[in-house]
Structure formats: structure tokens, C-alpha cells
Design a protein around this ligand. Structure first.
Ligand SMILES: Cc1cc2nc3c(=O)[nH]c(=O)nc-3n(C[C@H](O)[C@H](O)[C@H](O)COP(=O)(O)OP(=O)(O)OC[C@H]3O[C@@H](n4cnc5c(N)ncnc54)[C@H](O)[C@@H]3O)c2cc1C
Length: 400
């Protein structure tokens, strides 16, 4: 969907490069059918890998009967070691009329493209969907409770992305609370309260709740085990071990860093440690993260605020470059890129690196190799951008 949503920009750029771009229109059912085909193909590949590895798959929900026994469909299964990786589910906030909303999971199954979409929530899933649907031609309003989207990310980046999203046509309503949603023949009327006024907007049959996720623990039968739950997530130690020594948990059900490569890496470390005689630890501090807004963002390490808090402002130097990439100067399109390095003065160490604009992932790859100047490294996620000195095209600047 992200790739599909980039085409309007690419058509505009193509025209600026001299290509003749004719009439164009987007067909939602064609995209959804192509996505379904691809997901089915990928599922087949994974099933094949499991089959060839001799893994027996039980296509049922599992529920603990005791610390060693799981009920799976009609069967009872016991094991010496058990790994829980049941993920999470979207939560719907308690707002009158919330039953008229769909979740981010449901968007992939809409038979027709929504024309007017209201997105609740300013996290990365909500912001990505705002950009995707806007790029595909829907009219998008995103309602956020704070003044900026993407809480937890670097403040400069949050501002840049929010401004760019507005420039691309996403209507972002800041400092806003949804107070009611009413369904009528015309669609769902969403009433929003801001410090200055009340607003009403009509979404054609759909408003999308992107307001957080919770671990899938409610049907697991945890009450039949000694597994402890902290803040709604399965509690684990640094070795992914629960409070029952032979039961482990990885991924979103532990609610640490909820990303696909993290879940995969945690599972890999569990397997290597418990079965491969290669013990390892996961470093949750330095996980490279991409946010597929338009333009996209890549970030790794500390934000400026986190570095200041950890080392003190006087020990931190910020390097920034803000420019228009050549890809956009030639077709004369207004699209900026921001690069930012967070560097500790003595010893010189890069603790954070952020890129917003075109193709941040390409740059991430260039920075992949670990440097002897980097911070000490347990088993970390690649890529690990660390560098003895900031690149020459970045200039030191005042605090962001
Ligand atoms: C809309 C959206 C966009 C996202 N985009 C990104 C992204 O761009 N990049 C990224 O890195 N991450 C992204 N994520 C997060 C990513 O999907 C999760 O972090 C990742 O899937 C977690 O993996 P997991 O194995 O812990 O859980 P899941 O992938 O959720 O897998 C859990 C599986 O367990 C099954 N299950 C649940 N309960 C039981 C039970 N009792 N018995 C048996 N099976 C059970 C579930 O049906 C599911 O199949 C996104 C998430 C969402 C919702």
C-alpha cells in the first residue's frame, strides 16, 4: 500500500523529467486483490519452510491448562519448553459511537476505497495510514491529542513530517479529542473538541481507529500458570524468560518494542540460546526504525532530548543538514530532506542518527558496519550506525 501511494509523486516527478504522463486513475479492488495474492504466496513460502524443517503446525488457538500443558483445538500438548509469541490486537478507545469505527487491521479488507477518512491517533500506524490513503486519493483528516504526531521520535523530525503531511493535503487536527461519533445514511459524523472550537466532519462509512495495541493475553489461560503479567503484557527477563522458568515470550505480547524485525530477532536469540548453545542478549536501545510516512523516516539510537538527558546538553553536539534532494530539484518539486546526528563530544561517539526524506533506508545501509568508535555492543540489531566523526556535509548547529 505504501508503494502504491507513492505513484502520484512519481507521476509528477516523471513529468518534470520530461516524460509524458497520461490520464491516471487508481483502482482499489485491483490493489487489494494483488496484496491478497502476494500474502497468499508468502504464506505458502513460510509453510513450505516449516514443512521442510519438520515443524508440526496446529492451526488452532492455544490455551494453557497448566505450566506444561496446552489445549490446542481438541488436543492436549505438553512440552519441556514453551515460547509464547501471540502478538497483540488493536484497542478501541471508550468514545460514544466507537462501534462505527474500523481498526487499522480492517483497512486491508475494505471492498471499496473510502473517500473521506477520519483517522484517530498520531502514532506511526495512524500517520502511515494517513499518508497511504491520502496518496491513494482519499480525503484524510487525522485527529491527534497532542500538538505533534509520532510521540517518542525526535522533535525536529516530528515537526518536519507533520508539516510535509499537511503540505501533501492531510488535514491534521491537533490538541483534539473525539467526543462522539454518530452513524447516518450519509456516513459517520465525527465530533471533535479542540481548545478553541468544536468541529464536525463526515467520514463516508469509515473512520479508522489507530489508537494503540494490547498484548493478546486474554484467551491464553495464563491464570492456570505461574506466568506474571505487568501492565497487561507478559513479564520477561532479558533472556525472554517468564516467571515460569521453562516458558518464554517474545514479540508484541511482551510489549517492549513492537516491531516485526524485533520479534524475529528475539525469537532467533531464544532459539540460539536455548537450543543452539549460542547465548545472546537483545539490545532494545539501538533498533533502526523506519516510519513509512510520505516522505519516509529512518531513525536509530537516541533522540536529541534523550541524549541531553543522558549526557547533559554541554556534552552533546547536534549536526543537521536540511536540503532539497536533486531528485526533486530537477522537476522543481517542493520536498525537503532532514539529516540529523546526535554526537557525544568526548569520547566522540554517535548516539543517534535520523533521516527524513527520500530513501532513508538506502543511507542506513551505507552506515551499516559497526565502528570501533561505537558504543559497546551486545547482540544488536543491524544496521548499527556508529561513526568516529560526523560526515562532512553536515554542519554543527544550535540546539534543535
Ligand atoms: C497496521 C500495522 C502496521 C505495522 N507496520 C509495521 C512496520 O512497518 N514495521 C514493523 O516492523 N512493524 C510493523 N507493525 C508491527 C508488527 O506487525 C508487529 O510488531 C509484529 O507483527 C509482532 O510480531 P509477533 O510475532 O509478536 O505477533 P504477530 O505478528 O501479531 O503474530 C501473532 C500470531 O499469534 C496468533 N495468536 C494469537 N493468540 C493465539 C493463541 N492463543 N494461540 C495461537 N496463536 C495465537 C495471532 O493470530 C497471530 O497470527 C505494524 C503493525 C500494524 C498493526
Amino acid at each position: 500500500m505504501v508503494y502504491a501511494s507513492h505513484f502520484p509523486d512519481q507521476f509528477e516527478a516523471a513529468a518534470g523529467y520530461g516524460w509524458t504522463v497520461g490520464d491516471r486513475q487508481f483502482d482499489w479492488p485491483t490493489l487489494i486483490a494483488a496484496l491478497d495474492t502476494e500474502v497468499t504466496r508468502l504464506n505458502g513460502i513460510y509453510q513450505g519452510m516449516l514443512d521442510r524443517s519438520g515443524v508440526e503446525v496446529f492451526p488452532h488457538y492455544a490455551r494453557f491448562l497448566d505450566d506444561h500443558t496446552l489445549e490446542v483445538g481438541e488436543e492436549k500438548i505438553t512440552a519441556d519448553k514453551i515460547l509464547i509469541a501471540v502478538g497483540g490486537h488493536p484497542v478501541k478507545p471508550n468514545i460514544p459511537g466507537i462501534e462505527h469505527t474500523i481498526t487499522s487491521d480492517d483497512i486491508f479488507h475494505l471492498p471499496q476505497q473510502p473517500q473521506h477518512v477520519v483517522i484517530l491517533g498520531g502514532g506511526y500506524i495512524g500517520s502511515e495510514f494517513a499518508c497511504i490513503l491520502n496518496g491513494l486519493g482519499s480525503e484524510v483528516t487525522q485527529i491527534i491529542r497532542a500538538d505533534k504526531i509520532l510521540r517518542g521520535f525526535d522533535d525536529d523530525l516530528r515537526t518536519e513530517i507533520q508539516d510535509a503531511m499537511k503540505l501533501h493535503g492531510v488535514n491534521i487536527i491537533e490538541n483534539a479529542e473525539v467526543i462522539a461519533m454518530n452513524k447516518s445514511g450519509a456516513g459517520v459524523e465525527v465530533t471533535v473538541s479542540t481548545p478553541h472550537r468544536q468541529e464536525h466532519m463526515l467520514a463516508d462509512a469509515v473512520s479508522l481507529a489507530a489508537t494503540g495495541r494490547r498484548p493478546n493475553i486474554h484467551r491464553l489461560g495464563l491464570e492456570n500458570t505461574g506466568i506474571e503479567v505487568h501492565h497487561g503484557a507478559i513479564a520477561v527477563d532479558p533472556h525472554h524468560r517468564t516467571t515460569v522458568p521453562h516458558i518464554f515470550a517474545v514479540g508484541d505480547v511482551t510489549d517492549r518494542v513492537n516491531l516485526t524485525p524485533v520479534a524475529i530477532r528475539e525469537g532467533r536469540i531464544f532459539a540460539d540460546t536455548e537450543f543452539g548453545n549460542k547465548p545472546g542478549l537483545m539490545d532494545h536501545d539501538t533498533i533502526p526504525t523506519a516510519v513509512f510516512t510520505t516522505p519516509e523516516m529512518g531513525t536509530v539510537g537516541l533522540t536529541e532530548a534523550q541524549a541531553n538527558a543522558r549526557f547533559g546538553e554541554e556534552d552533546i553536539q547536534i549536526y543537521k543538514a536540511r536540503f532539497r534532494p536533486m531528485y526533486y530539484t530537477i522537476p522543481n518539486m517542493e520536498a525537503r530532506t532532514l539529516m540529523k546526528l546526535i554526537v557525544q563530544n568526548l569520547p566522540i561517539r554517535c548516539w543517534g542518527y535520523t533521516w527524513w526524506g527520500t530513501m532513508p533506508l538506502r543511507l542506513f545501509r551505507a552506515w551499516r558496519s559497526p565502528s570501533k568508535w561505537g558504543p559497546p555492543k551486545p547482540t544488536s540489531m543491524p544496521p548499527w550506525p556508529s561513526t568516529p566523526a560526523p560526515p562532512r556535509n553536515l554542519s554543527p548547529c544550535g540546539r534543535g
